[in-house]
Design a protein around this ligand. Structure first.
Ligand code: GDP
Ligand code: ZN
Length: 390
């Protein structure tokens, strides 16, 4: 007998999102605007939807060129360009208003030119970790950030002090490495599904990494479980930080890119990074005794440079990434196997949760849609707020 989809209890009512002017984002998504340059956007606000990967790459090239040429262009004769002596770099860490800027060969400790302003960007911080910047030197080890390049991607969270604004956690990350482990307590497929949505929302390429495959009696069993994701076109890596299996492939995925690692505590994120590069200075892990939740005591983010190029993002505040800001009716777009069937549902406004004649529920009953994916859909749907003020 086939399993009947159960209606789940509503787990959480989150506060409706606060109205914020995101109309330009919607206009891009709806194809109303083709060229982002048409928009009179603050430079820091250029983000493209995941479906426009090619453009994303072009924007990135353009940004790199802009930054490079601003740094290299000789000043016109007789005029003093303010950016003439600037060098391009990447902000790797921010600690109490000191910005660590990686120039490639060296790191400068910088302040921010007072004229740079975050106003109108929708974000509280004018400079974030991951930003590509131009700095002018002041002495041998210090400098001033004179200009911030447009952000290609942004991972943000609501600002704790201002409901209307977001705080950039980290900018310009390319990919999200979703780490799970082959252990009953750590194989939480709904978390993978949530992170996949968060990656799409943040414009990051997701990669799923199943670690601790040494604990499985046969790799084939792991592959069978993960085939759900391979069939959907996602890259799945099978690794063991203990035996070294899959490490070369993982290393190749990280080189020359900037990657955020996400996953429950204990899945092996630090162990994997230690194998990739033993000298990475991961933040000292302090187990918080009362909650037992996080091993990190701070919510600061830093970029760790890989010897072979690229960065990994050491971000203790990663749990925020599990928060999804999509609206209920759009959720289905993040589940292509469900979206493919919605035309066949009896009702136009079918939510695929309980309606009679729902093609999705029927496909789950016939086991054509994996139960775990449908369960994630239900659970995420019910955790999203019903109404928005936007
Ligand atoms: P993190 O919290 O995600 O950074 O996880 P850690 O790297 O601290 O690893 C948690 C525990 O899992 C440690 O005891 C590791 O030794 C162990 N571990 C990590 N990777 C593997 C693996 O591939 N196989 C096995 N069997 N254990 C692992
Ligand atoms: Zn339906």
């Amino acid at each position: 007998m086939s399993k009947k989809p159960r209606r789940k209890k509503i787990k959480a009512h989150r506060k409706p999102k606060i109205a914020r002017d995101r109309s330009w984002k919607k206009r891009i998504l709806e194809g109303e605007i083709d060229d982002i340059d048409e928009l009179d956007l603050p430079e820091t606000e250029r983000i493209l939807p995941p479906s426009r990967e090619e453009e994303r790459v072009n924007v990135r090239r353009k940004v790199d060129d802009e930054i490079r040429s601003a740094a290299q262009e000789p000043a016109q004769e007789g005029t003093e360009s303010a950016l003439e002596h600037c060098q391009p770099g990447t902000v790797t860490r921010i600690s109490t208003s000191i910005y660590h800027v990686d120039l490639g060969e060296e790191t400068l400790l910088c302040s921010v030119r007072g004229t740079l302003s975050a106003s109108y960007s929708g974000y509280t911080n004018v400079v974030a970790v991951g930003d590509r910047v131009l700095v002018s030197r002041e002495g041998t080890e210090s400098g001033v950030i004179e200009q911030v390049g447009p952000r290609q991607t942004v991972l943000a969270r609501p600002d704790p002090f201002n409901d209307d604004l977001s705080q950039v956690v980290v900018a310009n990350v390319d990919q999200l490495l979703i780490v799970v482990a082959w252990e009953p307590a750590l194989m939480w497929l709904e978390l993978i599904d949530r992170y996949l949505i968060a990656a799409a929302e943040g414009n990051l390429t997701p990669i799923i990494c199943l670690n601790k495959v040494d604990l499985a009696s046969r790799l084939r069993t792991c592959k069978k479980v993960m085939s759900i994701y391979e069939r959907l076109g996602y890259t799945v890596l099978y690794t063991s930080a203990v035996t070294g299996r899959g490490m070369r492939r993982l290393r190749n995925q990280l080189v020359n890119r900037s990657t955020v690692l996400a996953g429950l505590s204990g899945v092996g994120k630090s162990s994997l990074l230690n194998v990739i590069q033993p000298n990475l200075e991961l933040r000292i892990a302090d187990v918080s005794e009362d909650s037992g939740q996080g091993r990190h005591t701070t919510t600061q983010v830093s970029l760790l440079r890989l010897d072979r190029g690229g960065y990994v993002v050491d971000t203790p505040g990663i749990r925020e990434l599990g928060l999804i800001t999509t609206h209920r009716p759009e959720l289905v777009l993040h589940f292509p196997e469900i979206a493919a069937l919605v035309d066949q549902c009896r009702f136009n406004d079918c939510t695929h949760i309980h309606e009679p004649g729902c093609a999705v529920i029927e496909a789950v009953d016939r086991e054509e849609i994996p139960w775990s994916r449908y369960e994630s859909y239900q659970s995420i749907y019910e955790s999203l707020p019903e109404y928005y003020t936007e």
